[in-house]
Ligand binder design. Structure first.
Ligand code: CP
Length: 310
């Protein structure tokens, strides 16, 4: 079994067998990062460019550590310190860096479609680390890994994704991945933060949080993207917290042995209370640890599908 594509642009169209391959491979890497010496020679000789045009804490550091622990050579590009400031285009930037003989690119960008664009103008393997409101596939993979780790399965579980469904690339990747793996998926948020015809994603759609949580196993709470709220999508932040903030009282609606997730960064006191974020049903930091193992698996599996056939 191999991945079909030499790139990871999104989870839309990725098969259940491929997702299982990534998650199963990540199990071995999860064990390696618990060892005293967390390094294997798997990607020796491979050079990875981390191309970050948008801020990131978890994804950037997680990929950087994954690359180091696989013995790859890695470099990180940050827009603020680059010649983009002198007007250089994205295409010129990546083609110049690729001329220095890199093999793989991990890209985060504020515009949807940039990872796909890079597949058209570079020879390297491209991994999407979040593009606009399109997809964030490694986040959804680590979310699925974390759910599977706790329940021993994905199929048949009820997962509710709460928040800014319209702008969230994490929601989109989770919908594709979870549905492919046989979960029942619901989204919940204000109607102004739901995309047009969201039902066509094949999910249950709620604007009432209590109804959405009733009988669910997993609640994955998205960040309210405060930087996008100038456009009148929300009446007030306080109203959002009253209607969609996850509280201890509301969690009683979930099934026993429920799980609370959040991809981060969190707005504590807005979409989630600090008690829940740090409570015994929260797996938020476990998600972060698992993210490194999942990213090691993705780098390893894609490195076996290089253009030069090496
Ligand atoms: N979850 C996530 O993508 O976090 P960062 O923006 O910090 O990478």
């Amino acid at each position: 079994m191999k991945l079909q594509s030499r790139h990871l642009i999104g989870l839309e169209g990725v098969s259940a067998d491929e997702i299982s391959l990534i998650l199963d491979t990540a199990v071995s890497f999860r064990e390696i990062i618990e060892r005293p010496i967390k390094k294997v020679p798997t990607l020796r000789g491979i050079t990875v460019l981390n191309l970050f045009y948008e801020p990131s804490t978890r994804t950037k550091i997680s990929f950087e550590l994954a690359e180091k622990r696989l013995s790859a050579d890695s470099i990180t590009f940050t827009k603020a310190m680059s010649s983009v400031k002198k007007g250089e285009t994205l295409k010129d930037t990546v083609r110049n860096i690729e001329a220095m003989k890199i093999n793989m690119v991990v890209v985060r960008h504020g515009s949807s479609g940039v990872p796909y664009f890079l597949t058209q103008c570079m020879d390297s393997n491209i991994i999407n680390a979040g593009d606009g409101s399109h997809e964030h596939p490694t986040q959804a993979l680590l979310d699925m890994f974390t759910i599977r780790q706790k329940y021993g399965k994905l199929k048949g579980l009820r997962v509710v994704l709460i928040g800014d469904v319209k702008h969230s690339r994490v929601v989109r990747s989770n919908i594709w991945g979870l549905k492919t793996m046989g979960c029942s998926v619901a989204v919940c948020g204000p109607s102004t933060l739901q995309p047009y015809e969201v039902e066509k994603f094949g999910v249950d759609v709620y604007t009432d949080l209590d109804e959405a949580l009733d009988g669910a196993d997993v609640v994955n709470i998205m960040r309210i993207q405060l930087e996008r709220q100038q456009s009148g999508f929300l009446a007030t932040q306080r109203e959002y917290t009253n209607l969609f903030g996850v509280t201890a009282e509301r969690l009683k609606l979930l099934n026993k042995n429920y799980t609370v997730m959040h991809p981060g960064p969190m707005n504590r006191g807005v979409e989630i209370t600090p008690e829940i974020a740090d409570g015994k049903s929260s797996v938020i930091l476990e998600q972060v640890t698992n993210g490194q193992a999942v990213r090691m698996a993705v780098l390893y599996l894609l490195s076996g599908k290089r253009e030069d056939g090496e």
